[in-house]
Each structure stands twice: as C-alpha cells, then as structure tokens.
Design a protein around this ligand. Structure first.
Ligand code: SF4
Ligand code: SF4
Length: 165
C-alpha cells in the first residue's frame, strides 16, 4: 500500500547530536544544513505532517515529521483510539461552529480522525485530538483555533535512546 502523502520530502525526520551521528554512521540518513532542516520542517508542515519530538528538557534528539498516512504512532491513535502512543500538546482545537461552512477540509487533514462533520458542522472528538494544529491553517474561513487546556511540562533531564515520547 503506497503512501498517500505524495508531497512529503524524502528526508523528513530530523535527528540531532549523538543520535544523528549514529544515523549517519550506519547509512540511514545524511547530514543537513540548518537551512535544509528548516526547509524540511516547512515542507512537512504544508504536507500535513505532525511534528513530534522527544519529551525531555535536555538533549534534543529528534524532530519527527510524522506522516499522517504511515506513521505507526499516529496509526495507533487512528486505528485503536490509543492516544497514549504519543504525548499530546497542551492544546486542543476549537471550532467556531457558527462560521463553519462544512467544507470538510479539516476532516480530511486531521491525521487521527478526530474531526467529523455532524449536521453540516465540523465536530471534534476531544479524546483523540493531539493538539497538533494541522487543521488550523487549512480552514478557508478561519474557523479553527487552538486553545490551551493544560500546562504539562516535559520530563526534566536527558535520555540516551532515540524514540522516547
Ligand atoms: S489539532 Fe486538529 S488536526 Fe491536530 S489532532 Fe486535533 S483536530 Fe486533528
Ligand atoms: S475546514 Fe473550517 S469550514 Fe471547513 S469543515 Fe472544517 S471548520 Fe468547517
């Protein structure tokens, strides 16, 4: 089953420090300039990818730009409603239902199927929303915003392994 997200850049997930050294040494990636990295973030964002990072205060190890079609973590949320596969942000999306024209763009865009159209209005399942913000810029009538709902903080310290959400 080929990936449905055809606009995702070839190099999409970014690694830093010792993890980046490991990735390059074993031929799983290549070194990027800062400008190339920023461009990848920009293009990934436009393609609907979800930025994920390790949730520690020290030693940034990676910024994954998770593919909404292929990423196993997002699929865990989508298929099984298991929000715990990732740490969500401190935000949830909010729909201005009065303004919604039921175009369905946000429904298609959401990587975890947290949005649906009900009675011609976009409706959010808060239990699934990651607070990723992907739906916000896609709305043609600016009916979606992010609102802060918590003040969770990253774990203090550093971990030596790569994928630790
Ligand atoms: S912020 Fe929007 S796109 Fe992201 S999970 Fe929530 S509803 Fe879906
Ligand atoms: S993108 Fe905006 S207008 Fe379209 S369904 Fe979603 S909230 Fe409504």
């Amino acid at each position: 089953m080929p990936c449905q997200c055809t606009t995702i850049p070839e190099y999409s997930c970014l690694f830093f420090g010792r993890v980046a050294d490991y990735i390059v040494e074993y031929g799983m990636g290549r070194r990027l300039t800062r400008d190339e990295s920023l461009e990848i973030l920009k293009v990934s964002s436009s393609a609907g990818c979800v930025h994920n990072t390790n949730n520690f205060t020290e030693a940034l190890q990676f910024i994954c730009n998770c593919c909404p079609d292929c990423c196993g973590f997002l699929e865990g949320v989508r298929k099984f409603g298991n929000i715990k596969t990732v740490n969500t942000s401190n935000f949830l999306c909010r729909i201005d239902a009065e303004n919604c024209i039921a175009c369905g763009e946000c429904v298609t865009r959401c990587p975890v199927q947290a949005l649906e159209l009900v009675d011609d209005k976009a409706c959010l399942n808060e239990k699934l929303c990651l607070g990723c913000g992907n739906c916000v810029p896609i709305c043609p009538v600016a009916s979606i915003s992010l609102v802060r709902v918590s003040h969770k903080k990253p774990v203090v310290g550093e971990r030596n392994i790569g994928m630790g959400y």
